[in-house]
Design a protein around this ligand. Structure first.
Ligand code: DQA
Length: 147
């Protein structure tokens, strides 16, 4: 399988951004972990980070040509972006939503996800491990899907 990992806004700052919430791990380390995990699971992992909503929408739309699954941490767009949700719903590529922090433990405005209803599932609260678990869940889904 070819899997696209999408990182939303501010995730390029991981390692220096609110380490009490997001930990010390950098985006590079997460990407390397996912590529290595992909090798184990027989998946080729490609990753993109953008701070721009439209760029993420474009990436989702274009993913249909090359990728069988999407792993996404939409960052703050989780809580605001109907456009990103519609893109995911529109391309029908199985998508897993992940968050480093447990969004339900935090401010009320983070409790709602526009993405969750169009995702296969969501993993939230395990730091970098959320991504690894999300990749595993996505590949599990792709191997088992009948349609
Ligand atoms: C986040 C949670 C979001 O609420 C926040 O805006 C982020 C990161 C997470 O991974 O925990 O940027 O998606």
């Amino acid at each position: 399988f070819n899997v696209l990992v999408l990182h939303g806004p501010n995730l390029n700052l991981l390692g220096q951004r609110e380490p009490g919430i997001y930990g010390m791990v950098t985006l590079d380390e997460i990407n390397r972990l996912l590529v290595a995990e992909g090798v184990k699971l027989q998946a080729k992992v490609h990753h993109i980070q953008s701070n721009h909503e439209g760029a993420l929408v474009d990436a989702v739309q274009e993913a249909g040509k090359e990728y069988q699954g999407i792993l996404i941490n939409p960052g703050a767009y989780t809580h605001t972006s109907i456009a990103l949700r519609d893109a995911i719903a529109g391309v029908k590529i199985p998508t897993v939503e992940v968050h480093l922090s447990n969004i339900y433990q935090r401010e009320a405005f983070r409790h709602h996800s526009y993405i969750a209803p169009v995702a296969i599932g969501q993993i939230s609260g395990f730091g970098a491990e959320s991504y690894r678990l999300g990749l595993e869940a996505l590949i599990y889904h792709l191997k088992n899907q009948t349609k």
